[in-house]
Design a protein around this ligand. Structure first.
Ligand code: TYD
Length: 217
């Protein structure tokens, strides 16, 4: 077994609110465990005590809220702690990491929809997290009308500081995700998130097979 085969694999889920990332992360983790792989499921912003504390500041900001730069820095700070304290140690110990959102959320939300641009987000990520990238990012896409239905069922009209932004902002997020994925097909799998969870899970397993087959599992 080569040392690369021993290292775990890092899979991130991306997509707008209500695209099914949490449901699909849990289904994927279970499927990997069924293949006798050790799996750590985690999320961003969050995953460690420090990053969870920053999450609260981001989603329920005190006072007037954050400006675009402060918001991007807080996401990058939460990520730096998460990468150093949870993700890298888990991968080094041979565990797979399944993460609900990672740096491509910052690229799509703060960089794209928020207007900071990709270079700024990449620079923060290079400084905070050594530019770490998932082995594979699964972008879940669901059409806008279906998303609106799912979100009103889930949040009942209540949402956080970022989820509650305008439809135009969220449309830009979705467009940014799509262009990031189109520009890097080797590291992204675009998966249709429409249909029942089992159908979507089957599509994800197809996308992930080369990664599983590349290990000694
Ligand atoms: P969360 O409830 O975890 O997401 P979801 O609604 O998809 O279940 O909330 C995280 C929010 O933070 C979500 O609106 C996306 C946003 N976000 C960013 O703007 N930038 C980032 O880098 C990350 C990780 C999340």
């Amino acid at each position: 077994m080569s040392s690369d085969a021993k290292r775990g694999r890092f899979i991130a889920f991306e997509g707008g609110e209500g695209t099914g990332k949490s449901t699909q992360s849990a289904l994927l983790a279970k499927a990997l465990q069924d293949r006798r792989l050790e799996v750590e499921t985690t999320r961003e912003p969050g995953g460690t005590a420090g990053a969870e504390a920053i999450r609260k500041l981001l989603l329920h900001p005190p006072g007037k809220g954050w400006n675009a730069q402060s918001e991007a820095l807080l996401f990058a700070a939460a990520r730096a702690d998460h990468v150093a304290r949870l993700i890298v140690p888990a991968l080094d110990a041979g565990r797979w990491v399944v993460c609900d959102r990672f740096v491509d959320s910052s690229r799509a939300y703060q960089g794209g929809a928020g207007g900071l641009g990709d270079d700024a987000i990449q620079a923060l990520h290079a400084f905070g997290s050594h530019g770490m990238r998932p082995d594979l990012t699964i972008l879940l896409e669901v059409d806008e009308a279906r998303l609106a239905e799912r979100l009103s069922a889930r949040d009942g009209g209540q949402s956080d500081a970022i989820g509650g932004r305008s439809a135009a902002y969220h449309r830009k997020v979705a467009e940014s995700f799509r262009s990031l994925a189109d520009a890097d097909p080797k590291h992204f799998a675009i998966v249709d998130g429409m249909g029942d969870p089992a159908e979507v899970h089957a599509r994800i397993m197809t996308a992930i097979t080369p990664l599983i087959e590349g290990t000694d599992a």
